[in-house]
Write a protein that binds this ligand. Sequence first.
Ligand code: IPE
Ligand code: IPE
Ligand code: MG
Length: 246
Amino acid sequence: MNLVDSIDKERLPNHLAIIMDGNGRWAKKQGFLRAFGHERGSESVKEIIRTCIQLGIQNLTLYAFSTENWNRPKLEVDTLMKILVKSLRKELATLEEKKIRLNTIGNFEKLPSSAQKELSSVIERTKNNDKMTLTLALSYGSREEIVNAVKTISDKVKNNIISIDSIDDSIINEHLYTHNLPDVDLLIRTSGEHRISNFLLWQIAYAELYFTDILWPDFKEHDLYEAIISYQKRERRFGKTSEQIK
Ligand code: IPE
Ligand code: IPE
Ligand code: MG
């Protein structure tokens, strides 16, 4: 039996998020520059998007660049932004063909104008697609997202648009970059690091976490199947007892 046949299509994660880590170490291991690792990482991105579409996953969110990643050497930042623009240009046809809607989360204004332009154009051209929402986290930091939400909500309270008593989970949700996305069901991090690195702190409150030692450029279809099979073996209790779930 193929691995994919062990996956229950009725119990897929509705929202899969991935911290794509390990490009630099992958390159270094084989004596290449880090930039080459990012190039090869973009091949994994393509394969994982294709696999998610085949499975029928509705929401895929990829951590591509964090607020902290701005502190990397300028050459590396420039290379990452160039790969982003190049990939968007190359993949637009596939996004249209596969009915994928592109979405971004993060501080859009901080991105170079070439990336902003390319992203805006692809977002506009794919906005009516409904097979899958592909969200790229770019210049994204969860703390910055929460700080911004707190500021906007405070402003609304100050101007009597909402009352303090009405602030609840859903009001906070509505003020996050992810307001149009469901909570994360499964979070994968590659490269053997067991940390969250400022990604979707609010949205992963009840996500299942899956860590693998595989470096992102080596993470392929088969590895995604293994992560989903692991996810499907778990009992998500959301605070209840096991008996209540059954
Ligand atoms: C992930 O790979 C890509 C980004 C963070 C942009 P890294 O570049 O972090 O690779 P490592 O962790 O140094 O191996
Ligand atoms: C997290 O990876 C960010 C992305 C994958 C885009 P990092 O490589 O930047 O994370 P740390 O610094 O090891 O925590
Ligand atoms: Mg890293």
